[in-house]
Write a protein that binds this ligand. Sequence first.
Ligand SMILES: *[C@@H]1O[C@H](CO)[C@@H](O)[C@H](O)[C@H]1NC(C)=O
Length: 150
Amino acid sequence: MAVKILLFAIVMYIIFTSTEAKMKYTDCGSKKGIVENVDMVPSCGSVCNLHLGQNVTFTITFKSKENIKSVQTVIHGVLFGMPAPFPLPNPDSCSDGDLTCPLKEDTVYHYVKQFYVEQYYPKLFLNIKYELVDQDEIDIVCVKIPAKIL
Ligand SMILES: *[C@@H]1O[C@H](CO)[C@@H](O)[C@H](O)[C@H]1NC(C)=O
């Protein structure tokens, strides 16, 4: 009996910690790439908490389906279904995104970008639509991430 309870506890612990560590995202139309993983530091579970005055780092692991000349980061905050553009000081993912451009076909890339959550951001729930687009503005990666600014 005690062994069964112990086993149950171990199984629950594994389920809990593994779901806890897994970030929730949905693919919203990646065409020229295959998303393998999306991650944020500090880590997030079903919702990513963005604390004002904190740095967050997004990592997107994807495989490029073809040769791609240039990559731009495009971010929208989606509130009540309405996407609002989030302007970036440097949207070039090759110089700020840790990508080596041009991208080669059938190659796995780790895109990494850091953001500072400005103190003046409104505190709310939103979906972050995160896109990496090619030279023709076609999505290489498109992922939606549920987030909470607090
Ligand atoms: C955020 O990152 C920038 C650049 O890496 C750094 O200068 C700054 O001190 C960091 N701020 C916090 C609150 O960690």
